[in-house]
Design a protein around this ligand. Structure first.
Ligand code: RIB
Ligand code: CA
Length: 296
């Protein structure tokens, strides 16, 4: 039984590989891609989402743009990693379908008209859309089956600040709203995603299909500055959704830094924190094998 999912995303090179896996693997019934500003601005993340659907001839799947800014803060970006176009120069076919606007309202309507618990949200970027859904449409948010979100760092150092991870640092307030909500949530932090890495041999072995060739092109661009390997952050969300047994989940009581310093958005274990399911370990080879098999 395919999982009915909405992918909330800021593509973004690793988002793109995650989306290609979701499209090619045949394991997901994708109801829509909702976009958010993150790695780069909303216009580019939305255009890139449409381009990925066009590559796979899936323009039947709607793209709905969402938040262009974080709830309360100025945007940060990851252009240094993803480039000004979000895909480091990889060109995708022009999108044949115009993106809709109003992702939060679209999410609410979609959730309210589907059986409660029948739709999962796979979140690959800042949680602004989901946080706004909780605040503005709590009844709809309560009908989410489960939320799997790439974000945070527990023991692992951060990639936005010393201890803060980019998605959660981009919108700490939205992250706090989501983690404090009743949504059944599992986060996939850097502690796991930095272990699931693609090197050049792995990338080249992906080639041989449309999805595999496209993912290999994207990952080659992601191997920037002659890096030997790159972390597959967002694909880990898809892999957890279809193969949870590859991951070890722990419950951590988490507080989130809502200050204005370099570690805004950082997570800390605390007795007074909110209990959150956190993927802390992964069968790395199993994850890499599943990703490559799903892209074939
Ligand atoms: O910290 C990694 C996360 O930030 C990934 O989702 C990547 O795409 C960026 O959005
Ligand atoms: Ca992302």
């Amino acid at each position: 039984m395919n999982r009915r999912v909405v992918i909330d995303t800021d593509p973004g090179l690793d988002d793109a590989v995650a989306i290609l896996f979701a499209l090619a693997s045949g394991r997901f019934d994708i109801l829509g891609l909702t976009t958010v500003a993150g790695n780069i601005g909303l216009e580019r993340t939305t255009s890139n989402a449409g381009g990925l659907l066009a590559v796979m001839d899936r323009s039947d799947i709607p793209v709905i743009s969402g938040a262009s800014t974080a709830m309360l803060r100025d945007n940060i970006d990851a252009i240094v990693i993803h480039g000004v176009d979000g895909l480091r120069g990889i060109t995708l076919p022009p999108t044949t379908v115009t993106a809709q606007t109003g992702a939060v309202e679209w999410l609410a309507e979609t959730l309210l008209t589907a059986p409660s618990g029948s739709i999962d949200i796979l979140a690959l970027g800042p949680l602004t859309n989901i946080g706004r859904l909780v605040n503005e449409h709590p009844e709809a948010a309560g009908r989410i089956g489960q939320l799997i979100a790439m974000g945070g760092a527990i023991v692992e150092p951060g990639n936005a600040g010393p201890a803060s991870e980019f998605n959660f640092a981009s919108d700490p307030e939205a992250t706090a709203v989501v983690l404090r909500s009743d949504i059944k949530t599992t986060i996939v932090p850097l502690d796991v995603t930095r272990r699931v890495r693609a090197d050049r041999a792995y990338v080249e072995a992906l080639r041989g299909s449309l999805a595999g060739d496209t993912a290999a092109d994207i990952l080659t661009a992601y191997l920037l500055d002659d890096k030997q390997s790159r972390p597959l952050h967002d694909p880990c969300v898809m892999l957890l959704a279809v193969a949870p047994d590859l991951f070890d989940i722990e419950i951590h009581r988490l507080s989130i830094n809502l200050g204005d310093g370099p570690d805004a958005g950082a997570l800390t274990d605390s007795e007074t924190g909110t209990p959150v399911a956190v993927a802390m370990r992964v069968d790395v080879q199993g994850a890499l094998d599943l990703l490559s098999s799903g892209l074939r």
